[in-house]
Design a protein around this ligand. Structure first.
Ligand code: AMP
Ligand code: MG
Length: 484
């Protein structure tokens, strides 16, 4: 692998140099060959599963890697923790792919670091498989996300509520710069490190703002917000609930990271929460835009010392950016919903139609994915149209009327809707069943079968129907756990 470890070079304030802790009996469980191909992983690594298991458990050092545990802080459920950091992850380094893009290669579950606090530095097989499946599904759905390259079982037991098989998952991301990374230095009043971090972030993710003269930090904020809005709007499109949108789990790259207690919403209800630790529903499906706004404000706060020596003047400069967020989000959200409904071109009056359709979904407790799928079919199927008419009532008529006013024909409308409405998502009950099967059999067969379907989420493959069924209880009693 072609390593070039720019984050390691930032210096010791940013990380602890630390090698992964070897595991007893590493065996390759899941491997993402397409991603491996893109990352130009050497034949030596690609072809031999034993070599891969050694490398992606952390037992052997891949030449060129310089493992570090990165430092960061973060607001967890609204409470600031000045030091978190990679407590069970090692950033092996960065590699460039075929098109010259830089990727972080990180092991998770690879042992203790200076940031482990009371934790064991390990990861159980279930959460590792979950991260692999969910991130691959999200990527295929078109949602920006960190990827998974490998899951290796360790032959060791990790102790959570019960003994579980251990694993190491290899995560590939555009970077692991988090809001919490900025907060770490802001909390220490380390202006120099903060500036280094900001300039690094600009060079790595937002090179277009580097030319903005003396102070590129206000334009940087604008770009970060744009990317985060795009991300969360995409979550809302597919019904994804992150579950733990703490500032340490928000990546500046605009990718979904940290698939802990995440889940997919079944029955449409903005108040849906599945995470067992989210007692107040802070991270409910419909709260995600508001939480993003809050997280963006926390990010912006960290930059104030770089924006102006006089903090009041700095606040004056960023105030309008923060205030513009809700309008900006709403606009991106309604545009996306317009596409789900096949409205083209989008008109401002469409907001009302979107609102009534979603209200009707909620009132009738309709499944988010299945209903949008059926609605897509209803454009050219009498049977689907009559079923939708009975579910949506007057809303359906209004929608049909609106479509009738467009120039686009039924084919075009349906094609557009299909691009935004998947036929299959990683439904919670299937994810759980697959994980259970992996744990019990020690084999990845059911995960591989599921992944094959999830990699074509806008197409009905022969096997797709096996994963489209709705959960018996509408996931009313479904709960996820933090996976630590
Ligand atoms: P998370 O909830 O996965 O975002 O993790 C929050 C913090 O807890 C991060 O600093 C993690 O590195 C740390 N952490 C989570 N699980 C473990 C573990 N098993 N051992 C050590 N640190 C952990
Ligand atoms: Mg985290």
């Amino acid at each position: 692998m072609n390593f070039d470890n720019s984050y390691e070079r930032l210096g010791e304030a940013f990380h602890e140099k630390r090698r992964p802790e070897p595991v007893r009996d590493p065996r390759l469980f899941l491997w993402n060959s397409r991603l491996a191909e893109r990352l130009m992983i050497s034949n030596e690594l690609r072809l031999d599963p034993v070599v891969r298991a050694q490398a992606f458990s952390g037992n052997s050092m891949i030449p060129g890697s310089e493992p570090i545990a990165t430092a960061y802080a973060g607001h967890q459920f609204g409470h600031f923790v000045p030091q978190l950091g990679d407590g069970r992850a090692h950033l092996l380094g960065e590699v460039k792919d075929r098109s010259g893009r830089r990727w972080d290669i990180q092991l998770k579950g690879s042992g203790r670091t200076a940031f482990s606090r009371g934790g064991d530095g390990r990861c159980a097989l279930g959460p590792a498989v979950r991260e692999f499946i969910m991130s691959e599904a999200m990527n295929a759905l078109g949602v920006p996300t960190a990827r998974s390259l490998a899951v290796v079982t360790t032959g060791e037991t990790v102790f959570r509520e019960r003994p579980l098989p251990g694993a190491v998952v290899t995560r590939v991301a555009a970077s692991h710069l988090r809001i919490g990374t900025f907060q770490y230095f802001a909390a220490r009043n380390d202006r120099q490190a903060l500036k280094t971090l900001c300039d690094y972030t600009i060079a790595r993710h937002f090179p277009e703002v580097a030319d903005e003269g003396e102070n590129p930090y206000v334009p940087l904020i604008g770009k970060v917000i744009e990317r985060q809005i795009r991300l969360v709007v995409e979550w809302m499109r597919v019904g994804f609930i992150h579950g733990v949108m703490n500032t340490d789990n928000t990546a500046l790259s605009g990718e979904t990271i940290d698939y802990g207690p995440c889940a997919m919403m079944g029955t449409y209800d903005p108040q849906t929460v599945y995470s067992s630790i989210d007692k107040t529903g802070r991270y409910a499906f419909g709260n995600q835009p508001e939480i993003l706004h809050w997280n963006m404000a926390r990010f912006i706060e960290t930059l104030l010392p770089l924006i102006h020596a006089d903090q009041n003047k700095a606040v004056d400069q960023v105030g309008p950016v923060v205030a513009a967020f809700p309008g900006q989000f709403e606009q991106a959200f309604t545009k996306m919903m317009g596409k789900k409904l096949g409205l083209t071109p989008f008109k401002p009056e469409d907001r009302e139609l979107i609102r009534s359709v979603l209200d009707r979904f909620k009132e009738k407790r309709l499944d988010y994915t299945a209903t949008f799928d059926l609605l897509t079919q209803s454009v050219r199927s009498e049977a689907a149209a009559s079923q939708m008419k009975s579910e949506l009532g007057h809303c359906f008529d209004l929608w049909q009327q609106r479509l009738g006013e467009q120039h686009a024909d039924a084919h075009e409308i349906q094609a557009m809707m299909r691009q935004h409405n998947p036929v299959v998502i990683p439904r919670n009950h299937h994810v759980e069943q697959v994980i259970q099967d992996c744990e019990q059999t020690g084999k990845a067969t059911s995960a591989e079968k599921f992944l094959q379907v999830l990699r074509s989420p806008y197409e009905e493959l022969a096997q797709t129907s096996g994963y489209q069924d709705l959960p018996g209880d509408g996931d009313e009693h479904y709960q996820t756990f933090c996976g630590t």
